[in-house]
Design a protein around this ligand. Sequence first.
Ligand code: K1U
Ligand code: ZN
Length: 173
Amino acid sequence: MTIRKILTEPDPFLRQKSQDVSKVDDHIRKLMDDMLDTMYAAPGIGLAAIQVGIPKRVIVIDLSKEEEKKPLYFINPKIILKSNSNCTYEEGCLSVPGQFAEIDRPDQCHITYLDYNGAQQDLQADGLLATCIQHEMDHLEGILFIDYLSKLKKNFIIKKLSKQKKTLERIVI
Ligand code: K1U
Ligand code: ZN
């Protein structure tokens, strides 16, 4: 088990597009295991590989509230259908620490993906799972939830996080 460092905004690495996984092997499974441990430790309910500095199209999610963990693994996910109706959730992001905002997204989505063993799967998601999948799939395109806010709000958040980073760097040095 390895807890990896989560990149935080502003970081140009978070803005790059992730690449498809060509083969689901032990290297990818180790990455997903580490991502889950990193996500549980944070804590969070989802994580994309780019957030730990790996630009591959890999996502992990666990929405379970009880002791028993129910991890979901998505490799090369593709949205094949989104509902016309939207829902609003207050979203957070481990790469945008301490910031939350209400974001509107389609309330249902149908995706195809490869699972932990590389088998082709499809899933019809709604509610928080649909929101979380779309939030994580945005990461694969270099998009963060703050991109949906007004320029004023987004720039305010980025400035705040930038200042926090500089203060932390001074403390560490
Ligand atoms: O950084 C991420 O992408 C993870 C993010 C996922 C997410 C949250 C809310 C809506 C959409 C996507 C988080 O997990 S932020 C932390 C969080 O939501 C949470 C933390 C502890 C308990 C419950 C929720
Ligand atoms: Zn996020």
